[in-house]
Design a protein around this ligand. Sequence first.
Ligand SMILES: Cc1cc2nc3c(=O)[nH]c(=O)nc-3n(C[C@H](O)[C@H](O)[C@H](O)COP(=O)(O)O)c2cc1C
Length: 225
Amino acid sequence: MDSRDLPPSGHSQEPPEGAFDSGFRDQLDLLMRMRRDVRRFRKDPVDEAVLARCLKAIQQAPSVGLSEPWRILRIDSDAARDAALRNFEQANAAALEGYSGDQATRYAGLKLSGMREAPVQLAVFCDDETNQGHGLGAATMPEMRRYSVVCAVTLFWLSLRAEGLGLGWVSVLDPDQLARDLAVPADWQLIGYFCIGWPQELADSPELERLGWESRCAALPIETR
Ligand SMILES: Cc1cc2nc3c(=O)[nH]c(=O)nc-3n(C[C@H](O)[C@H](O)[C@H](O)COP(=O)(O)O)c2cc1C
């Protein structure tokens, strides 16, 4: 092919129909690179209008069969927050017992939740038995409903980050105990407990990487069949 046959390169090229322009794509890339799991929050409150805007992202999420199986509990009362924090502390102590030597020391030094400080806390569940979507796609793989909730959380996470807010995902929990403490319906499965607020610091790399616990893979392995 002669180089004269190639489309013109660079930013002057019109994006294909339906595509966003390169400035937007750069911003989106930056947003994704600067999304972090946050465990260290300032105590300043979060404006309710901003939170509501971010929560709307959940309604844009894909879901199997359009089942929208996400169920959200806002954890505001002292009693509910205390129960969740106690749950985390017990689960974290039990997890520590699974490590030994240097790794135990490193694990003990990690901060794995911002539950003491985060001004907004949500417990997000999947309704495993919802009739919405009439079972489409979930009959063969019921776990797809839970994956749908994870998709929704990801959009929420990015939306929060775009407002300068941080989210921390807490999974070091006994889900059955939490379900009992929060009196949730039996069909709801815990997807995660989320701490939300203003981050103490911004970072472009995972905290677990900065603390030497684990590092990200340099490449994305893709196999071909
Ligand atoms: C499903 C899931 C569960 C997680 N659970 C926890 C947790 O219990 N405590 C914690 O500190 N971080 C938790 N994280 C955050 C991860 O540690 C974090 O995403 C990872 O270290 C990469 O860092 P980054 O999100 O800042 O890129 C969880 C993340 C996901 C996706």
